[in-house]
Write a protein that binds this ligand. Structure first.
Ligand code: PNS
Length: 161
């Protein structure tokens, strides 16, 4: 039996922290389904298609990684995919409470679901998509925090990095 995990998130945009979780996740699982939340009620920087394209380019061709998007509840998506392991990255204690609630809510809604957490590397514990968006919007240099294709796309969108 192959062990797959869903790695869900907003990924708006992908950061080096996400990339590290994908690479390390592949050391543990046979495959990953990177699932981008299509949250129509929240304004995003990049469209779901753009986010997936950025991730696909950054990860490179790897048959073990599938990119997909979902709307609505993660548990519904997990049921549709018949994949009940969820992978999430944890940066700091501040992430814990929210992630703890999310993992338990998901398991309450679907008892087959288990969430596995990987600590992000020390070089990416301060990186979040939200801060990358903020810094990039204000013209700051985020090239050490995101993959090169993402830095280029942000530069294109916001001018000088
Ligand atoms: O990258 P993010 O924004 O931290 O990812 C959060 C995500 C997408 C994993 C989470 O918001 C999610 O699963 N949303 C889908 C709706 C849902 O199932 N919510 C959990 C029940 S409270």
């Amino acid at each position: 039996m192959s062990h797959l995990a869903i790695y869900p998130g907003s990924f708006d945009p992908i950061t080096n922290g996400h990339l590290s979780i994908i690479r390390r996740g592949l050391e543990i699982f046979d495959g990953l389904v990177v699932a981008v939340l299509n949250n129509t009620s929240k304004e995003s920087l990049f469209s779901v298609e753009e986010r997936i394209e950025l991730m696909r380019d950054a990860v490179g061709r790897d048959p073990r990684v599938e990119f997909d998007s979902f709307e609505g509840l993660l548990v519904e998506y997990a049921r549709r995919r018949q994949t009940f392991v969820v992978l999430r990255g944890l940066r700091a204690v501040s992430d814990f409470e929210y992630e703890f609630q999310l993992a338990n809510m998901n398991r309450k809604l679907e008892p087959r679901i288990d969430t596995l957490f990987m600590m992000t590397g020390e070089d990416s514990f301060y990186i979040s998509s939200r801060l990358v968006r903020e810094v990039a919007t204000l013209g700051g240099d985020v090239s050490s925090m995101v993959p090169p294709n993402c830095a280029a796309k942000l530069a294109q969108r916001f001018g000088k990095q």
